[in-house]
Design a protein around this ligand. Structure first.
Ligand SMILES: [Fe+2]
Length: 118
């Protein structure tokens, strides 16, 4: 969980960010998008106001798009990180989805953006 009390704790203001600092900042931004999504969906589920529900759920979906943008940027900035995600997906497939891991990674069966839309 990111430390929202000090949202700029990874940043230095007296010089440009190093590559590693930029990568950490982008990871933090991904977490912030997920936290915003959680807040908006939880609030939508907790109110009877239909207009507020619609707006909150619409904005929550926009935050998921933002998370996708940051994850795509992270993939460009830190290409080796994708291997860790693929390893995690493979472990879930092997341990919880019948042991048929297939090809790990974004193209792995059952894992991907399309599977989340169902
Ligand atoms: Fe956002």
């Amino acid at each position: 969980m990111p430390e929202f009390g000090t949202p700029f704790s990874v940043l230095k203001h007296d010089r440009p960010l190093t590559h590693e600092e930029l990568v950490r900042a982008i990871r933090f931004m991904v977490a912030a998008e997920y936290e915003a999504t959680q807040l908006y969906e939880q609030t939508a589920e907790s109110t009877d106001n239909e207009l507020a529900k619609k707006v909150l759920l619409d904005v929550a979906n926009e935050e998921k798009v933002h998370a996708g943008e940051f994850l795509r940027l992270l993939k460009e900035l830190q290409p080796d990180e994708e291997g860790f995600y693929a390893q995690g997906a493979k472990e879930v497939e092997e341990e919880f989805l019948g042991g048929e891991a297939g090809e790990a990674g974004p193209a792995a069966p059952g894992i991907g953006i399309g599977s989340l839309k169902k």
